[in-house]
Design a protein around this ligand. Structure first.
Ligand code: NAP
Length: 271
């Protein structure tokens, strides 16, 4: 099969297209023919060694074992099942939950042995991938490409919106609103929970697109008076913040947040 491998920490010249054997599913695994794999920020940070602090690191402190096939947001068809896997899995369209962990329910993501597909395991920038059968779920939509944003960026956004316990009609500031997580934060906060969203982007040409996703107002972080802009369109302080940008917008977000408001952060695209 064809696959992309990252051969070491560095720039895009570390990505190589190679030929390799199709992997064999182990006892509790399935082999999936990859139909779509979205390009997620995590693949870039994995290659750059940008996780962790101090030294280069992957999702785990010991770093990535290269060569590694990246890709974590994957959909595909199950084409082979390991010995102990129910054969009814065959031919299923699936979306892959992205990590393994021995952590107890609800704490899996902070377990010491949490290991991520595309970082600790070979991922979806390939024609085939193997993965535990019990971490393969029915595809949420009929479209492979649209479904391929659900597991990593989608679940991150879902979890973020849940954390702020948003109520219908409340105003939420969403940073990085045109990005992988932010665009899903806009959709989930508005269309599922009925919030009003002030979407923050760099380029205001995206205004119509963000409004289609559900945003009530779209403002640019390039404004010299972003805090005033937010307070003006909302008619006062906002109820909560969903932030993936970090340092670049942190003081602005705190400034416009009401007393007792909620602030959920899950990234640092801006430092
Ligand atoms: N993707 C995931 O599944 C996932 C999961 C958990 C955590 N995260 C974390 O969330 C963060 C964003 O990830 P992503 O996948 O959404 O990235 P992305 O698709 O690359 O989007 C990054 C966003 O950040 C904005 N941004 C970058 N620098 C900025 C600055 N200086 N000031 C204001 N906005 C700035 C960009 O706005 P412009 O394009 O307008 O410049 C863009 O909207 C990362 O730190 C990532 O590690 C991501």
């Amino acid at each position: 099969m064809k696959a992309v491998q990252v051969t070491g920490y560095g720039d895009v010249d570390q990505l190589k297209v190679i030929e390799k054997d199709i992997p064999e599913p182990k006892e509790h695994e399935v082999l999936i023919k990859v139909k779509a794999c979205s390009i997620n920020n995590t693949e870039i940070w994995m290659r750059e060694g940008a996780y962790g602090t101090g030294s280069k690191s992957g999702w785990r402190p010991e770093g990535v074992g290269f060569p590694r096939t990246p890709g974590s947001d994957i959909t595909g068809i199950v084409v082979k099942a390991g010995q102990s896997v129910d054969k009814s899995m065959l031919d299923k369209d699936v979306v892959l939950f992205p990590f393994t962990s021995s952590g107890e329910e609800g704490l899996e993501h902070i377990s010491e042995d949490m290991s991520f597909i595309g970082s600790e395991y070979d991922g979806g920038y390939a024609e085939y991938v193997v993965w535990p059968a019990d971490l393969c779920f029915d595809m949420p939509l009929s479209d492979y490409i649209e479904s391929a944003v659900f597991s990593v960026s989608g679940l991150t956004a879902w979890h973020m919106v849940e954390q702020i316990q948003v109520q219908p009609g409340e105003t939420v500031m969403v940073t990085g609103a045109n990005g992988g997580v932010g665009s899903l934060n806009v959709q989930i906060a508005t269309k599922v929970f009925g919030a009003k969203v002030i979407a923050i982007v760099g380029d205001l040409d995206l205004e119509n697109k963000l409004k289609e996703l559900g945003a009530t107002h779209v403002l640019s972080y390039k404004s010299d008076h972003l805090a005033e802009d937010i307070l003006e369109v909302n008619g006062g302080p906002i109820d909560s913040v969903l932030d993936v940008v970090g340092d670049a917008l942190f003081s602005t977000a705190l400034h416009v947040l009401k007393k007792g408001g909620k602030y959920c952060i899950s990234g640092s695209a801006g430092g």
